[in-house]
Ligand binder design. Structure first.
Ligand code: HEM
Length: 486
């Protein structure tokens, strides 16, 4: 392991500090330099050699979609959007990791698939060489595709933080960080608890609920409203939009209906920017409109894009992590009983669920200049898909990678990414997850999942999550106030 990997160990040492720097971990802070001062290929070529070298064994990586040519770039022909591939993806990415951790996929005019923990980490830390930028028109002859996959799905607006690089990105992190660090998260905790209690209270007397729709989705949605400055009671239409877009067919009626609300929702965000210019407060939206973005102030459109990115980042990810973890605990009563009896284990279990489920499985980048990664030569303009999920199953880093080990001590997972774009909401996500899991284990510990009625997101390469998880349990009493916490 390199020093970096040790530093990035998610065991609560180091990266959980109440960090006033714009990046939540010191490694990322040093990466900020490379983000503004591109040194072509340096980080990539300076990588320590991987212990498992690419092996020219076509059969090992053939996949069912086509043969593999290991001669030049380790070519594969894999359709990540195919539901068959989605079902086999754990095994397919494992084969890539073992034989060719950076492989050229011929699909969609070609792109690199980055599978190994080390290679994913190198690319993610070096934003100057492996850029997150999205530019609808090519710049310097390079078509910057952004982070949302290859090919970039139509109609996805530019993410106001995640698809911005350089000094403006740095300034954004600096402005937002005070509202996301552990101290700020602690201040949100009482609201998190009230909201979690409220949603469980609504169902607990009946002995039945849907853990996704009635609990894991609404709780983070309300908290995201609070963070962004939207009325808390509006949570449902935002949840319907973001959750619906991922859970359901984007061409279906439900998705069409929620899209019809878009103009009104954009207007709500614009109103926040207008209001804070007139009435500044001590909140994140005010920090955005008053920040110095590399000598300029953000326009209302920029503020909207940042708030949109925050809502998109915050709303569904924590819901998915919570749903999938509760689903797992439903099927593993021994682990459920142990977590209920030993609440002190929850922080380690949180990191393990983050690693194992990697609810944001992959994201994309664009190569900005000739570079070397995993022994492969990459050209300027090449797209890459980084798989956090694959990195998090790398046997070179994790013992028993395909098992949920709820007391795993050393867990340098990349579920929140790493480097300059590492998840700015990670402290909020961890705390919210733990509050929700505790609420369920304390109050409905004997819940039984109706597996037949349970449904997962439609297959897609970027995110996983759940649509429905009906459960039954021994009815209990309400414990919170009769009025909603908004
Ligand atoms: C289980 C929960 C979560 C997971 C697994 C997750 C995952 C990630 C990942 C992998 C990235 C890195 C993106 C990249 O490198 O391109 C990221 C970035 C980001 N996340 Fe999260 N996230 C979670 C929760 C949250 C929450 C609760 C918020 C907001 C409250 C949030 C807001 C963001 C934002 C704004 C970024 C972009 C940061 C930047 O580009 O500088 N996320 N997240």
């Amino acid at each position: 392991m390199t020093d970096r990997s040790i530093h990035d160990d998610n065991t609560g040492n180091g990266d959980d500090a109440d960090d006033p720097t714009p990046y939540p971990d010191a490694t990322s802070a040093s990466d900020a330099t490379s983000a503004v001062d591109p040194t072509p290929g340096v980080t990539a070529t300076a990588a320590p050699p991987r212990t498992v070298e690419p092996t020219p064994d076509p059969a090992a990586v053939a996949g069912t979609d086509g043969p593999m040519d290991m001669a030049g770039r380790g070519e594969v022909d894999l359709d990540l959007h195919d539901s068959g591939f989605h079902e086999r993806r754990v095994a397919e990415w494992a084969r890539l990791r073992e034989t060719c951790p950076v492989a050229w996929n011929r699909r969609h005019d070609g792109y690199w698939m980055v599978a190994g923990h080390e290679e994913v980490g190198i690319a993610a830390r070096d934003g100057a060489t492996f850029s997150s930028r999205y530019e609808p028109e090519p710049v310097d002859g390079i078509d910057y595709i952004g982070i949302v996959g290859v090919p970039r799905p139509k109609r996805v607006p530019k993410a106001g933080i995640a698809e911005v690089e350089g000094p403006v990105h740095l300034a954004l992190r600096r402005a937002m960080n005070p509202f996301m660090v552990p101290r700020a998260t602690q201040e949100l905790e009482p609201l998190m608890r009230r909201v979690a209690t409220w949603f469980l209270d609504q169902k607990i007397a009946s002995g039945a609920m849907d853990l996704v729709e009635d609990f894991a989705t609404p709780v983070p949605s309300v908290l995201t409203m609070a963070l962004v400055g939207l009325p808390l009671g509006d949570w449902k239409r935002w949840a319907d939009l973001f959750h619906g877009a991922l859970a359901h067919d984007p061409a279906g009626d439900a998705a069409r209906q929620t899209r019809a609300n878009l103009p009104a929702m954009f207007a709500q965000l614009d109103e926040i920017a207008r209001d804070r210019r007139a009435n500044p407060r001590d909140d994140l939206a005010t920090a955005l409109i008053t920040m110095d973005a590399d000598g300029e102030v953000l326009s209302d459109d920029d503020v909207r894009a940042v708030l949109w990115n925050l809502i998109g980042g915050g709303l569904d990810t924590t819901a998915s992590l919570t749903s999938l973890s509760l689903h797992h605990l439903g099927a593993h009563p021994d682990q459920r009983a142990r977590l209920a009896a030993e609440p002190a284990l929850l922080p380690l279990a949180t990191e393990e669920f983050l690693r194992f489920f990697s609810v944001n499985e992959t994201l994309s980048r664009t190569v900005t200049c000739p570079a070397t990664l995993g022994g492969r030569h990459l050209s300027a303009g090449d797209p890459l898909v980084l798989s956090w999920a694959s990195a998090n199953r790398d046997a070179a880093v994790f013992d028993r990678p395909d098992e949920v080990v709820i007391d795993r001590e050393r867990n340098p997972h990349l579920a929140f990414g790493v480097g300059p774009h590492r998840c700015i909401g990670m402290h909020i996500a961890r705390t919210m997850f733990q509050i929700m899991v505790r609420e369920v284990l304390d109050r409905i510990p004997d819940y039984v999942v109706d597996e037949e009625a349970t449904a997962f997101y439609r297959p897609n390469p970027e995110v996983v999550g759940m649509v429905r998880m009906p459960v039954t349990f021994t009815p209990g009493a309400r414990i919170g106030p009769p009025d909603p916490p908004w």
